[in-house]
Design a binder for this molecule. Structure first.
Ligand code: CU
Length: 142
């Protein structure tokens, strides 16, 4: 076996391993409101944890954005303020909703201008380093 063949075989195994490591998280209606060019965007969805372990989401990444944070909105002396979440806990068998006026993904530094119907590829990262792919669809805010 040549080095290249070995490398190819190893990559094939890795790809298989990743495909079979199915995330216990299910994402329902992941979407992002259309935003003016260059503006920070938001991401919303309902996350169901169908597994038997609690999952703490601690980070997110996307090739289409410079940076992503997990945020929540809180009322502070009558004013709604955004705050960064250290973690977003999705308990086993439970679900968490990210929605306008509540928890959300904050998508900084969009690489391009997105249009209605475009998709955003986001990887959510949990506290054990597990990765969970979610695809958000861009659409106008109702
Ligand atoms: Cu925010």
């Amino acid at each position: 076996m040549t080095r290249l063949q070995l490398l190819t075989a190893v990559c094939g195994l890795l790809a298989l391993g990743m495909a079979s490591a199915e995330s216990p998280l299910q994402f329902n209606d992941p979407w992002s409101p259309l935003a003016p060019p260059g503006r920070t965007m938001a991401g919303f969805m309902t996350i169901d944890n169908t597994g038997e372990n609690d999952i703490a989401l601690v980070d997110a990444t996307s090739p289409q954005f410079g940076r992503i944070e997990l945020h929540t909105m809180t009322m502070d002396e009558g004013v709604m303020r955004m705050r960064r979440l250290e973690e977003l806990m999705v308990a086993a068998g439970e679900s968490v909703t990210l929605e306008p006026g509540g928890k959300h993904l904050m998508l900084f530094e969009p690489a391009v201008q997105f249009a209605d119907g475009d998709t955003l590829d986001v990887e959510l990262i949990d506290s054990d380093g597990g990765r969970h792919d979610v695809v958000l669809r861009v659409r106008p805010r109702e």
